[in-house]
Design a binder for this molecule. Structure first.
Ligand SMILES: NC(=O)c1ccc[n+]([C@@H]2O[C@H](COP(=O)([O-])OP(=O)(O)OC[C@H]3O[C@@H](n4cnc5c(N)ncnc54)[C@H](OP(=O)(O)O)[C@@H]3O)[C@@H](O)[C@H]2O)c1
Length: 283
């Protein structure tokens, strides 16, 4: 069955590869990207690869609540339903900086991004028959030992790029488990995934040249190809094997245990309530 699938951060790396493969399966694809020029280039590449013209481009800065709300409002006008929401866009930030909403950039861009986009598109997902939400997380979440709400808004001591990233990816897993419970009455499944260590430009953006060079060299030498890395994106978005599976963490198209803290209901609630408080809505 042809699905309508929205992929965030679909102009590069894993998101672009997932878009190509899912377009080749003849699904209708919505690319949500921050840069229209790059998004239209990606659209051309996807059409050339898949021979599928049902590719639509929307623009949003996914670190901004307002920008996401505006894009989602337009998407809700243009589409009747959404079968799959693939929350994929993410980044690494070498320095402490605040988003337009006053949230530390890693947390804004990697967690609040998924929270807001899902919230603003939830009605469209409810309109589908058995929609799926897929959250791209990372095994780096195993390193995060807590959710530190103060660090969402202020610099506490020295800022460590990897610690910030790890916390944001733990947030992706915690968010997945809470949302899965809330989405059950609407027949919507929610799962998270780790793509593996994949050769993409993610570590070579946002500043530090040295970090970028190390990332590029290491991921080129030891990383997976995007074709391999995106396999769980595609599996969770479309495979019948997982149509009734929810609240799981996948790697290589297989469910596995996420970190102990990710199952802690108190930590899940802490993140959820803080996300709602900061956003000014109740999901
Ligand atoms: N690569 C890995 O080894 C690895 C491992 C574990 C998890 N992941 C996760 O996989 C996902 C995809 O990353 P990738 O490796 O494919 O990196 P990538 O090639 O840099 O792709 C990230 C995508 O997200 C977009 N994006 C980032 N911030 C955005 C914003 N504020 N607004 C709109 N779009 C934004 C980027 O747009 P631009 O092109 O404009 O920057 C790009 O399209 C991320 O969630 C990442 O955390 C990756």
């Amino acid at each position: 069955m042809q699905k309508t699938i929205l992929i965030s951060g679909a102009n590069s790396g894993l998101g672009l590869e997932a878009a190509k493969q899912l377009a080749k399966q003849n699904h209708e694809i919505i690319l949500l990207c921050r840069n229209l020029e790059k998004a239209n280039e990606a659209k051309k590449e996807i059409i050339a690869f898949s021979n599928n013209n049902k590719i639509h481009v929307y623009q949003a800065d996914l670190s901004s609540q307002k920008s996401i709300e505006v894009a989602a409002t337009q998407i809700k006008k243009d589409f009747q339903k959404l079968d799959v929401l693939l929350n994929n866009a993410g980044g690494v930030f070498n320095n402490f900086q605040l988003s337009v909403d006053g949230i530390e950039m890693t947390m804004a861009n990697n967690h609040f991004n998924y929270f807001w986009l899902t919230y603003y598109l939830f009605d469209l997902l409810k309109n589908a028959n058995g929609a799926r939400i897929v959250n791209v997380a990372s095994d780096s979440h195993y390193q995060a030992k807590k959710i530190d709400v103060e660090s969402f808004y202020e610099k506490k001591g020295r800022y460590f790029v990897l610690s910030a990233y790890e916390q944001s990816k733990l947030a992706n897993v915690l968010f997945t488990y809470t949302l899965a419970e809330k989405a059950k009455p609407f027949n919507i499944t929610v799962n998270a995934l780790h793509p593996g260590f994949v050769y993409t430009p993610i570590g070579n953006k946002n500043g530090n040249k040295f970090f970028g060079m190390v990332w590029n060299a290491a991921s080129k030498l030891f990383g997976l190809t995007v074709e391999k890395g995106a396999s769980s994106h595609i599996y969770l978005a479309t495979s019948d094997e997982v149509k009734n599976i929810t609240a799981n963490y996948f790697h290589n198209c297989k469910a596995k245990k996420s970190s102990a803290i990710s199952y802690d209901k108190n930590v899940q609630d802490l993140l959820w309530k803080e996300s709602e408080r900061k956003s000014g809505f109740t999901f």
